[in-house]
Design a protein around this ligand. Sequence first.
Ligand SMILES: [Zn+2]
Ligand SMILES: [Zn+2]
Length: 365
Amino acid sequence: MSGPSPLPKTAPDFGSFIGNARAVDILRRAIARDRLPHGMIFAGPPGVGKCTLALMLARFVNCLAPERDEACGRCSPCKRIGAAILSRRLHCERRADRPCGGCPSCKIMAMRHPDLHLVEPKEGKSVISIEQVRDLIGEVAFQPIEARYRVMILDPADRMSIEAQNSLLKTLEEPQSRTLLILVTSNPHALLDTTRSRCRLLHFGEIPAGLIERRLVEVEGRPAAEARLAALLGGGSLAAALDFDVAAYGGILEPAFDFVSLLLGKGAFRAASATAAAVAKDKQEFRFFLDTVSLLLEDVYYAKIDPGRVGRLGLGDRIGPLARSVPRRVLVRAIEGVRKLQGDLRSNVNRQIALEALFIQVARR
Ligand SMILES: [Zn+2]
Ligand SMILES: [Zn+2]
């Protein structure tokens, strides 16, 4: 029996991956030196492509004929692992309730590579169960079926119970030479110390808005104005920017402007509270709301010092009067308060109460 074929001689540049050049570079060098860690944690904010990069890595190390530092995209492993990458953004083209199985999207989603294991919470569940982890561990006892590298991705890895993480430890301690285990998480501190200490931690950061905007225009074909707005409001997440629905967004801009007017104009708490209750229901919508409030406050700030920079959200003519009536220190306090709340959103704050507290803190001056 022949041993595994060697890694591709070239290192990938993961050309279509945007942002996080440093993380990509670390992987690239590890591949070039044939020193890819068996256990890795991809940690960083949601929607910046951690899982996508893990899948791209799986595709590259298994490509049969890489060209110019890239997976060829045409060989059988490339096609099937590539289908897993595409599937993350595909939906059935014919049915909304369940996949039809016959449309082009369904055909791509049905493609499988036997050595690629992407483990996510099952539909309707919030955790990765111990059974799912045990199935994975069972696989490791065998050689990969056909791949040079079997790749196991757990996403989000912090949704494993302590029991499930413990059961994974032995696999991490005695890594199989042809298995890569990648734990994807936006909250690495929720992983056990023992899990973390057995993995190489790779940090991801937010993607600059300019890069997202360019991607939306050049690759996704979105209109320039829409791409700019989506990138600004995506908060450094390509996934959020891709999901951005400009029609639905119309429903956020006005409440955001009203809230800013109340905030800076010492408006009534009751009105602010009603807005807070309405926008707090959905986390993603709340994030867009908060990002919009933040951009509006920055516009008001610039209106005082550099009016040329005002108008990113198309409300330029309504910003001026607000700017004239509010002291700069109040503005700064409001901007700081919103930024803190944007950060707090990463943990599970009560969104309505947090927004009301911000209002009280800024408006009662
Ligand atoms: Zn290939
Ligand atoms: Zn379908």
